[in-house]
Design a protein around this ligand. Structure first.
Ligand SMILES: [Zn+2]
Length: 687
């Protein structure tokens, strides 16, 4: 093979890895998706023709597809340790006082500390030889993990070669060190995880396609990384954050503190948390840690707590370990999120799509200042896979606004009298048979007039994340459905208030409040209404995307599945599910009734009346490489001029904006008689 080709392949790998880093780690892309695709496709073609050009750091290896026979064991270069816990500022101070006593010759005032979020993911150990990612392992038992390298390669933000950029540099105290050569050996530790928003989108897509839902981001990430089919990991939006240098040999520059190590990792091109902080004043640290809790729910990922480390490595080494815990680090946990209690009984309720959902009746227990008596068990598979039995002592978790959930049984506490639970074969509400459709995890009551489904639908409609009607909850939903006041969701806006005022416990004042809350909810944003309708897979994130893209219920209802699919984060199954929901006559009727009741069905436009915009009412599709504009820029221009941009050419397309290498969309436009324009023409049209 000629050296020109291998040089070209090397250039392409470097360029793609660098631009992938800009996009996935820094969130600051410099080239368009189309340009990126062009680079990627060229490399893939080269590798297909000359397989010898395929290297371990080739970005084409990120797509997965290989099915592994098993995972081999990997010994960790250093055992992974547990951390001691602190639950209050005073416990942190006690920890610091111990350090100070063990370092009598050190001036306490000079000690510095680093605070890092403790991400609720899977710890991974990543090995690099001469800069090349060669091995990635799970935590395992702390001494030995499993080799999951092919799965880890699919993580878009995990660098396959470091340094990612040839201008990488660490700046410490104003001194800049260029990192031109990779270290000969580098082992780092990090946490692989799924971001909350990614998890929600992933859940939506799964719910729409198979009805399968996942308990939480952590389990979903774990299931992907420990799957023998690498395509599973590639198909799930996993990420990594790196926080520890375990081994470093043959490096231009060696960090002396944890803070420097984080800077070094970032400079090499690893994703490093933006939440990390360094403190020299311990009281400022305590205040930060104590005040940090509200921040938790705003982070893009789930967090167990914070980790506090003594900054200087030389002092860390001097302090060593107490048993298995390093003395120089401690985990700060926010109190009361987990508790142990007895699981007395497993019952089921009927969800709004007819799903039969198991939940636990618990011996009442305090968690985070609230008495918890019920906790979700998600689905039958969850109960079976975690071997949760009636009578078990179980760990439960309640975090933020999330419904409490049963995490796991404490198997050591079993007496032998615990009972394995079975899914009932009849719906507890209407008595119809319960079925599990082929390929789905969920069990369903298939009786479409089962009152439980409507009650749940109403409960969801009025809930905080949806139309947010204060004073309206499951009790009202049950009562009004039972009284036949509500036969579909839109009936919420035509309740017989006089009759309700005559009911037990509903005085005039209470009815007036409820009535005004119902009235106010008519003005909720469109995304809330879309969430409230209870379309399978459409939660807050997806609803926002839909509202943003279409702007009104009318436009959404008139859209084809292809239009839906052009929205980032919406896959074919979810698109089909949404289109299917709106195609049902009964659903369209409910939407009509809601609109007639005066519920807002479009987003508020800040722009002037659409008619005055040059591209108002037009639908555009973009294809090929444009001379100066990226696709995003072109799309933004069209939208700003009042037009709509979709992903595929159909009879509804007004114009196809085509650049070089336009391909199949251009052919289709030709067949359908859609007008084709170039960038210059677009610029002329929008003036
Ligand atoms: Zn039923």
């Amino acid at each position: 093979m000629n050296s020109q080709l291998s040089e070209r392949a090397e250039r392409l790998r470097q360029a793609i890895n660098y631009h992938s880093y800009l996009y996935n780690v820094l969130d600051a892309p410099e080239i368009s998706d189309a340009e990126y695709d062009a680079l990627f496709n060229e490399l893939r073609r080269l590798e297909e023709e000359f397989p010898a050009l395929r290297t371990p750091d080739s970005p084409t290896q990120r797509v997965g597809g290989a099915v592994l026979e098993g995972f081999t064991k990997v010994a960790h270069p250093e055992p992974m340790l547990s951390l001691g816990n602190a639950f209050s500022g005073d416990e942190l101070r006690a920890w610091r006082d111990r350090l100070v006593r063990l370092l009598p010759d050190i001036d306490t005032e000079t000690l510095a500390y680093v605070v890092e979020p403790k991400i609720d993911g899977l710890t991974v150990v990543l090995h690099y030889e001469d800069g090349l990612f060669t091995l990635g392992a799970t935590r395992g038992d702390g001494t030995t993990g499993e080799d999951i390298t092919p799965n880890l390669r699919t993580l878009r933000d995990l660098p396959l070669r470091v340094p990612v950029s040839n201008t990488a540099a660490v700046v410490i105290d104003g001194a800049t060190t260029l990192l031109t050569e990779p270290p000969t050996r580098l082992v780092v530790r990090g946490e692989a995880y799924m971001a909350r928003a990614d998890f929600e989108r992933f859940q939506a897509e799964q719910a729409a396609s198979s009805g399968k839902t996942y308990a939480n981001p952590r389990n979903t990430a774990a299931g992907a990384l420990r799957n023998l089919d690498t395509a599973v990991a590639a198909s799930r939006p996993l990420r990594v954050l790196v926080y520890n240098v375990v081994v470093l040999e043959g490096s231009d520059w060696v960090p002396q503190t944890q803070w420097q190590a984080l800077a070094y990792l970032r400079a090499l091109g690893f994703p490093v948390s933006q939440e990390n902080r360094r403190f020299e004043d311990f009281e400022a640290l305590v205040a930060f840690v104590e005040g940090w809790q509200p921040r938790r729910s705003q982070l893009p990922f789930e967090v167990d707590g914070l980790v506090i480390k003594l900054d200087e490595f030389a002092l860390q080494r001097r302090l060593g370990f107490a048993g298995k815990d390093p003395r120089w680090a401690i985990a700060f946990k926010y109190p009361g999120e987990e508790a142990l209690t007895r699981l007395l009984e497993i019952r089921v309720n009927v969800g709004r799509t007819g799903t039969i959902n198991p939940y636990a009746v618990l011996e009442p227990v305090q968690v985070g200042g609230v008495t918890v008596q019920h906790a979700t068990l998600h689905n039958y598979d969850y109960v079976r896979d975690n071997d949760i039995r009636v009578g078990d002592t179980v760990a439960i978790k309640r975090a933020g606004d999330v419904i409490p959930q049963v995490l796991r049984p404490i198997v050591e506490l079993r007496t032998g009298s615990e009972l394995v639970w079975q899914m009932p074969d009849r719906c507890p509400v209407c008595g119809d048979p319960v079925v599990q459709p082929e390929g789905e995890v969920a069990y369903y009551c298939t009786n479409s007039s089962c009152p439980a489904q409507l009650v749940r639908g109403v409960e969801h409609f009025v809930s905080r994340g949806a139309m947010d009607i204060e004073g309206f909850g499951i009790k009202q939903a049950e009562l009004f459905v039972e009284k036949n006041y509500i036969t579909d969701l839109a009936d919420i806006y035509s309740l017989p208030w006089d009759e309700i005022a005559a009911l037990d416990g509903y005085g005039e004042k209470r009815v007036a409040n409820l009535r005004s809350a119902v009235e106010q909810s008519k003005d909720r944003p469109l995304a809330r209404l879309l969430t409230a309708l209870g379309i399978r897979g459409v939660g807050g994130v997806v609803a926002e995307s839909l509202a943003d893209h279409f702007g009104s219920l009318d436009a959404l209802m008139a859209s084809a599945p292809e239009d839906l699919e052009s929205i980032p984060g919406i896959g074919p199954k979810l698109a089909a599910g949404v289109a299917n929901w709106f195609s049902h006559e009964a659903n369209r009727r409910v939407v009509e009734k809601l609109r007639a009741a005066g519920v807002r069905s479009e987003i508020e436009r800040q722009e002037a009346a659409a008619g005055s915009q040059p591209l108002a009412g037009q639908t555009w599709v973009i294809t090929g490489v444009l001379p100066t504009l990226s696709r995003e820029a072109a799309s933004a221009l069209i939208k700003a001029a009042g037009g709509k941009v979709t992903g595929s050419v159909s009879a509804k397309t007004t114009f196809l904006l085509a650049g070089d290498n336009a391909g199949s969309k251009l052919d289709k436009a030709g067949k359908l008689g859609v007008s084709v324009v170039d960038e210059e023409e677009l610029r002329r049209m929008i003036g």
